[in-house]
Structure formats: structure tokens, C-alpha cells
Design a protein around this ligand. Structure first.
Ligand code: KG4
Length: 328
């Protein structure tokens, strides 16, 4: 896929894309028309299943995906008022990649590359230029943990449950970062690193010992969040200054973070248009998988805002979404 271009199919056959997402702890099925119009995007979260283990148990996740998929497929077709014959393209997730970008395409009908993206999830902290659909040039990445991973580990240290990122976000809202300042990681160039910050949190908690009550923990959550967010945005700011671009996208699960959403808008300002997908499209979902497959499988030059080709028609194509293929 991507630039390798082995999955080029005609526009008409791609009118409705069936997306299936089972890469982690969400089972999701979506039907998306023309790469932009979400007809259905059903998501089942396995949070309750994994909660008692403090993280995702792969064997349980796999079994649960299999058990739930048939019902979710029925639900998606019912919600979309569509039938399997309407589907021209089937897209399934193969592993972590940059498909999160395509959540932004669903959020804004006229969003087109070239764009600059900050993709922040449990697996990625990447600054990416996307000169055209399906082509990603990673210009900055993390040396160690991804931002989501760092949030999850910090949440564990603070005694918050799984999933850690959202819990830390909530706790940080009741804290004051200035009361427990933590270092802000800053590497030269466009690289990120969060392991030093994690260690700083660990040592601070050790030093505080029994003195780490609820307020101290809330303050530490706020400080940790601020350090991660400001470090991400410092590099986004630098990338934008180095090579200005009209469209900026912040995507991936961590894009659901309250402080990141607010600060990203301030940092980008009026230098570019900023798109951050709505919360339900930030974390794993099949609609973005369908959109990614749609846009990356069209022949060059045929990609554009919602097109009018109606549902139905040609043979079904099946594409495995792995946007990491095509990275520079
Ligand atoms: O993109 P995503 O749903 O999937 C994977 O990468 O698997 O991202 C999940 C990550 C997790 O690390 C989660 O803790 C983090 O995104 N996350 C958040 C928030 N919501 C999800 N991190 C900080 N604040 C949030 N509100």
C-alpha cells in the first residue's frame, strides 16, 4: 500500500468501505462512504475485561474480538442501513501505524494534504509530514517511550487504574503543576524522550513517601501532563517554523488529552489551520481505518473531498491497512 501502490482500485468500487479494528482493546466496525462520511462506527471497549489485570491481556483481547465481531458487524450494517453488497472495499488493521491521521479527514470534509501531523498514541510520538495521501515522512520521533505509554506508566506509578491516560488527565484537572514541578524533556532537533521524566516522577514519589497524599498526586499528575504536552508542542512549534504549512493535525489516543487540545490551539495559533479529531475518533476506531484504506488505495490524482460515486457495483477489494509501509 502507500507508495508501493499494489492496491490501486477504481473510485466507483470504493464507494462504501467496511473498516474493522481489533488491534488492541477496542473492537470496532465502521462503514464509511467516500472516505469521509461515517455511516456507522460501532466501538466496543474491552476496558472492563482488562481492568482487573491493570493492562491489556492479549489472549483475552483476541478471544473477545472474535466473539463480538459478528454482532458488531450486524449492528454497523443496521445503523448504516446498508448491506454487504454495498461494500466495495474491506480494510482491517494489521498493527500500529499512522492511520490516526485519517480520523482528521473524517472530522473535516475539506482537509487535504500537504499537512504536518503530530501523531501521539500508545505506540507513537511522531512528527510527520504528509505531502500526499498515503505518504508519510517522519521528521521526528521518540527515542524511548511513546507519549501514551509514558502517560500509562505515570498513571500506574500514581496508583491510577487502567486505562491510565484518561485517568491521569482527570486527576490532573484537580492538581496544580507548579506545586510539584517536573523537568521538561528537551532534546535537540525534533526528537522526543520521556524516560527521564518518568524517572523524575518515580524519584519524587519515593522522596515524598507517605507524604504523597491525594493532593500531591494530583499536582504530580498535572506536572507530568504539562511536561509531556509542552515537550510535544515545543517540537510541533519548531517543525511548523522550519517549514510552514497550511494544515496541522494532532491525532492518536493522546490527542484526547484536555491540556494538549487547549495548548495545541494556542501554539499553532493563526499560523495554520489545526484539526484535532473529536474524542471518539482519537482513540482506536474502525472509521479511521476505513478512511485510511480509502484514501491510500485510490490512484494518485483521484483523491479529493467526498465524491459522488454511489454505493454498490464492483467486486470487493480487501486491503490490510499498514500505513507504516511508505514511510521515508
Ligand atoms: O491511539 P490509541 O487509542 O491506541 C494505541 O496506541 O493503542 O492510544 C491509546 C493511548 C493510551 O496510551 C492512552 O492512555 C492514551 O492514548 N490516552 C490519553 C488520553 N486518552 C487516551 N492520554 C492522555 N490523556 C488522555 N485523555
Amino acid at each position: 500500500m502507500g507508495r508501493s501502490g499494489e492496491a490501486r482500485v477504481g473510485v466507483k468500487e470504493l464507494a462504501v468501505t467496511l473498516g474493522i479494528e481489533t488491534s488492541c482493546d477496542e473492537t470496532s466496525v465502521a462503514l464509511v462512504e467516500g472516505g469521509r462520511r461515517v455511516l456507522a462506527n460501532v466501538i466496543h471497549s474491552q476496558v472492563d475485561l482488562h481492568k482487573e489485570f491493570g493492562g491489556v491481556v492479549p489472549e483475552l483481547a483476541a478471544r473477545d474480538h472474535l466473539e463480538r465481531l459478528p454482532h458488531l458487524l450486524d449492528l454497523a450494517f443496521e445503523q448504516a442501513q446498508a448491506s454487504p453488497e454495498d461494500v466495495g472495499l474491506i480494510a482491517v488493521t494489521r498493527g500500529p501505524g499512522l492511520a490516526g491521521f485519517y480520523a482528521a479527514m473524517l472530522a473535516r470534509a475539506d482537509l487535504e494534504p500537504p499537512l504536518l501531523g503530530l501523531v501521539v498514541s500508545g505506540a507513537h510520538s511522531d512528527l510527520v509530514r504528509m505531502p500526499e495521501h498515503g505518504r508519510f515522512e517522519v521528521i521526528g520521533r521518540t527515542r524511548d517511550d511513546a507519549a501514551g505509554e509514558a502517560f500509562d506508566k505515570a498513571a500506574r506509578m500514581l496508583g491510577l487504574g487502567y486505562p491510565g491516560g484518561p485517568a491521569l488527565d482527570r486527576l490532573a484537572r484537580t492538581g496544580d503543576a507548579r506545586r510539584q514541578p517536573l523537568p521538561r524533556p528537551s532534546l535537540p532537533g525534533l526528537e522526543f524522550s520521556f524516560s527521564g521524566l518518568k524517572t523524575a516522577l518515580l524519584y519524587r514519589l519515593r522522596d515524598l513517601g507517605d507524604g504523597a497524599g491525594p493532593q500531591e498526586k494530583a499536582d504530580l499528575a498535572a506536572a507530568f501532563e504539562r511536561s509531556v504536552v509542552e515537550s510535544l508542542l515545543e517540537k510541533l512549534d519548531e517543525a511548523l517554523s522550519r517549514a510552514p504549512v497550511a494544515e496541522v493535525v494532532v491525532a492518536g489516543g493522546v490527542a484526547a488529552n484536555t491540556l494538549l487540545r487547549r495548548r495545541a490551539a494556542e501554539v499553532v495559533g493563526d499560523r495554520a489551520r489545526l484539526t484535532m479529531p473529536p474524542l471518539e475518533l482519537c482513540t482506536d476506531n474502525a472509521a479511521m481505518i476505513a478512511a485510511a484504506a480509502y484514501f491510500t488505495s485510490l490512484p494518485r490524482g483521484e483523491v479529493g473531498p467526498a465524491r459522488s460515486a454511489g454505493p454498490g457495483g464492483g467486486p470487493q477489494q480487501s486491503i490490510t491497512v499498514d500505513p507504516s509501509v511508505g514511510w521515508d
